[in-house]
Ligand binder design. Structure first.
Ligand SMILES: [Zn+2]
Length: 583
């Protein structure tokens, strides 16, 4: 109750601030008008003071349809703006707090900048900026919606500290400027939507970071993000730790959708051909275990998803309950205890990212989760894989409840190719890849994956075309129901099953499966009889029926539709008992 009151108070304050700003400028702000195409930043980190100081230049591009005279720049609410210049001129800017859950503090420091002249659509402007402040553990955005403090701090663990410094980027700590509309964790998918739009606008942006100068007392900073290339500083060993003098110069590859993560920690490094594991003191056994498991999984993953584009990187978190964080081939996770099966399972996901790249979340994340199911199938058999996928089904069922069936205009926005919902682009997408593998076969799917080039993926149907080349099967209807639209889930029911004996003594059972749902699928049909069972696959389109005849050596006793490999809205009607018939 209390937190709800607080939430609405916070929302009200947020609204109030937005109104102030609008009044101030005489019109409402379009916070997402500009995208940031280039960052060139000098970053100074002082762990003893928990302090971050940044100076540098950013390039803004007007992505809107109208000229823009006002630019909004946002940083974490624990940081303060010091100066903003455009074209060597000090420009007018006002700062204000802006409530938004895109930052761990639950707020941003906004600079509302009046540019020297309006920027035309597609035009760019270079802005010189300076800001500074502290970054300490802060879980306000989670505690104010009722998350217990302990759990909240294990999730939002970012901080600058002498023991451990780690700051993730947009979505966690806004330590480099962004510009976004308000994100609200108590409003469903709002944060994911805001972040999704931000990533889309920033696709292709470049970032050049210079971290330092570092003195002899400094530990070596490590900038970990996809495709980053770093040079310097001079390092040496002192008191058992790697220390650095000079500065670290890092340039990211453009077109990578993940924000950079900055880490300064006293890590030891363990190298294997497929993976590099950075771990904290006293965690050597767990780190070695993780590295070994990853190395073991590696041939299987490259067989499916191709040779590694980059080495996978895993880094340790000091809090044993610290929430795992992934950013492409980078994984931050507490390396504690001996959990080798868990290590293999998470390595399968991480290594898939190291091999395969797509800018479409349902392909990128869907395949990485699919790889985890494949790994379990190989280690323990199909039932173990289906059980793992079943864990995802619970959350998927929530999203795809029949009562929340999408309206027709939502069919497209909630489709796998457009969605910003994690349940959809992770869990549902994993099932889609699994079903595709079952439909077209492993060899065909592997070939289609091998032919995939992210730079050629310009239309949603690109991957469908790659699969079509490899198979005789028509997969168009499947993509229509599962990928291009969100039509909910199928609902299979065994309508009838008639069995008769043949002259040779075996039985033929004729099974009619009804799909009451609005999505089609090819579903396994299992015929059970004394001493065994036979599984066949049957394609049943949405609101349609399918018939299959199956021969069994002795009279069948039970028909089961769906082995759990097809997510379904209702499974209570999946079993059909065949009454024994008199001869
Ligand atoms: Zn992933």
């Amino acid at each position: 109750m209390k937190s709800r009151a607080l939430q609405s108070a916070v929302r009200f304050l947020g609204l109030l601030c937005a109104l102030c700003a609008a009044a101030l400028n005489g019109f409402s702000l379009d916070r997402e008008a500009f995208s940031f195409t280039n960052y060139d930043l000098n970053v100074q980190v002082e762990p003893e003071q928990h302090r971050l100081g940044v100076r540098g230049k950013i390039t803004l591009r007007n992505g809107s349809q109208t000229p823009q005279k006002i630019a909004v720049l946002q940083i974490s609410s624990s940081l303060d703006w010091r100066s903003v210049k455009a074209g060597d001129k000090v420009v007018q800017f006002v700062t204000q707090p802006y409530t938004s859950d895109i930052d761990h503090t639950g707020g941003l420091s906004e600079a509302i900048v009046t540019l020297p002249q309006p920027i035309a659509p597609k035009g760019t402007v270079e802005v010189e900026i300076a800001y500074e402040g502290v970054i300490v553990v802060d879980a306000t955005r989670l505690t104010r919606i009722g998350t217990p403090e302990e759990a909240a701090k294990s999730a939002d663990w970012d901080q600058i500290d002498t023991n451990f410094t780690a700051v993730r980027g947009a979505g966690y700590v806004t330590w480099y400027p962004i510009a976004t509309e308000v994100a609200n964790l108590s409003e469903g998918n709002s944060l994911f939507e805001v972040l999704g739009r931000w990533k889309e606008r920033e696709a292709g942006s470049r970032m050049h970071l210079r971290i330092g100068p570092l003195s002899g007392d400094n530990l070596l900073p490590q900038v970990l993000f996809n495709g980053v290339v770093c040079h310097g500083p001079t390092t040496y060993e002192s008191m058992g730790a790697t220390r650095a003098i000079g500065s670290l110069d890092c340039l990211n590859q453009p077109l990578l959708p993940e924000p950079p993560t900055l880490i300064i920690a006293d890590y030891q490094i363990l190298e294997r051909p497929a993976i590099e594991v950075r771990y904290l003191r006293a965690h050597d056994a767990s780190a070695a275990n993780f590295a070994d498991e990853a190395q073991k999984v590696s041939p299987f993953i490259t067989e499916w998803f191709g040779p590694q584009r980059e080495k996978a990187k895993t880094a340790d978190l000091p809090d044993p309950r610290g929430a795992t964080f992934e950013s492409g081939a980078l994984l931050l996770t507490p390396l504690v205890g001996d959990n080798s099966k868990q290590a293999g399972l998470s390595a399968a996901h991480q290594l898939t990212h190291a091999s395969f790249l797509s800018f479409r979340p349902w392909i990128e994340e869907g395949l990485a989760h699919f790889a985890q199911a494949l790994y379990l199938e190989r280690e323990k058999g199909r039932p173990a894989a289906l059980e793992y996928m079943g864990l995802h089904r619970a959350s998927l069922g929530e999203v795809e409840r029949p009562t929340t069936l999408p309206r027709s205009d939502d069919e497209v926005t909630r489709s796998l190719v457009n969605t910003t919902s994690e349940e959809l682009y992770r869990s549902k997408a994993m099932y889609v890849w699994w079903m595709l593998r079952d439909m077209v076969g492993e060899a065909a799917l592997k070939k289609a994956i091998a032919a995939y080039r992210p730079e050629d993926d310009k239309e949603p149907s690109y991957i469908q075309r790659l699969i079509t080349v490899q198979t005789q099967r028509d997969v168009e209807w499947f993509f229509d129901d599962w990928v291009y639209h969100d039509r909910g889930l199928p609902d299979f029911k065994v309508e009838s099953a008639y069995s008769r004996q043949t002259t040779t003594g075996s039985s033929i059972v004729t099974i009619t499966v009804d799909n009451l749902g609005t999505t089609g699928a090819e579903v396994p049909v299992i015929v059970k009889f004394k001493g065994g069972e036979i599984m066949h696959r049957l394609e049943v389109r949405a609101r349609n029926k399918g018939v299959i005849r199956v021969e069994t050596p002795v009279p069948p006793q039970e028909i089961v539709v769906n082995d759990g490999s097809v997510p379904e809205s209702k499974t209570a009607n999946n079993i059909f008992k065949i009454e024994p018939t008199e001869k």
